[in-house]
Design a binder for this molecule. Structure first.
Ligand code: FMN
Length: 312
């Protein structure tokens, strides 16, 4: 962990800026190097990948996976937890190095449901209530929940957000798909609008934001306070700055940050493949996909695109 972080009030941001651009939590991907690039392209808040609170609180090794610095602001650390005591403990450890804490109530994976974390909580307002209470009792930084649409009953979603709000949650993110839906299915504007109309805290809408036009459609249909993108930003970290495809300067900055932060080659490789999907021909993509070493990747970028990166 890096121990200095310029703190920025997310609550102030919500007051000052009517439409916030947010990078979603993404396991493996929304790490420090990627978050740093997003800040150049109009992203207001960036989330870390989901961190398991029980592992984080008890393992120094697990804690080393989270790094931040004074350029990584504001950053929201997302925890997955089932036990309020684990969550409170992990929140206490992270609070000096984060600008907000989020509780994952949306992870749809089977293993997570079995562990009673993620989307399991989207069905259980009473547990979320206890989780938010536990965080608020021990830290004084903003706290949010990221939920999914309930599979069958919108009233459960409304109850969940209202109870979270009652316990002092500072904003809510709603992904407008159920845990059973594919990410290619359209998001449900109605449930997002219902959540927005049911609470007084700010609401972020998540799902299917790949362009500024998508963001505008979300605002027009739901009246939310900000939008959160995941795959859209992986493909084009400059989307909120109005770029249709990832500019090369953005790729160059990402690679230099990844090298500086010691990002594993495989993760850097994946990021570049996502970012350059629209730029590379299928033949080039096939040969790029086969590269396995950092020097080979850097050579490719320099040779085809003149991208200059420094391997320290
Ligand atoms: C690679 C990847 C990793 C993800 N990891 C997380 C995570 O750690 N926590 C979380 O709440 N959601 C996670 N999600 C879900 C996204 O945050 C988001 O809710 C979902 O992708 C819908 O947004 P989109 O349509 O903009 O992609 C992940 C999604 C992707 C594609």
């Amino acid at each position: 962990m890096v121990y200095e972080c310029r703190r920025q009030s997310i609550l102030q941001l919500f007051e000052d800026k009517p439409r916030l651009n947010v990078c979603a939590p993404m396991v493996r991907y929304s790490k420090n190097a990627f978050r740093e690039v997003l800040r150049d392209y109009n992203v207001d808040i960036a989330y870390t990948p989901m961190i398991l609170a029980d592992v984080f609180k008890s393992s120094e090794f697990a804690r080393q996976d989270y790094t931040t610095n004074d350029r990584d602001c504001p950053v929201v650390v997302q925890f997955a937890a089932h036990d309020p005591i684990d969550l409170a403990h992990a929140s206490q450890i992270i609070a000096p190095f984060a600008d907000g804490i989020d509780l994952n109530c949306g992870c749809p994976q089977k293993w997570a449901y079995k562990e009673k974390i993620g989307a399991y909580l989207s069905d259980r307002p009473e547990i979320v209530h206890e989780m938010v209470r536990a965080v608020k009792a021990v830290v004084n930084i903003p706290c949010s929940v990221k939920i999914r649409k309930h599979p069958t009953n919108p009233h459960i979603t409304v109850e969940l957000v209202r109870r979270a709000q009652m316990m002092g949650v500072d904003w809510i993110t709603i992904h407008g798909r159920t845990r059973h839906q594919k990410s290619t299915e359209p998001v449900d504007y109605d449930i997002i609008r219902l959540v927005k109309e049911s609470v007084y805290v700010p609401v972020l809408a998540n799902g299917g934001i790949f362009s500024l036009a998508d963001a505008n459609a979300m605002y027009d249909n739901t009246g939310v306070d900000g939008v959160m993108a995941a795959r859209g930003l992986l493909q084009n970290p400059a989307l909120f700055a109005g770029y249709e495809h990832t500019p090369l300067a953005c790729v160059e900055k990402y690679v230099n940050c990844a090298l500086a932060y010691g990002t594993p080659t495989s993760i850097m490789h994946h990021h570049i493949m996502y970012m350059m999907e629209a730029t590379m021909s299928s033949v080039e993509r096939r040969s790029f996909n086969c590269l396995t070493s950092t020097p080979a990747i850097l050579d490719h970028l320099a040779h085809y695109y003149g991208v200059q990166c420094t391997l320290i």
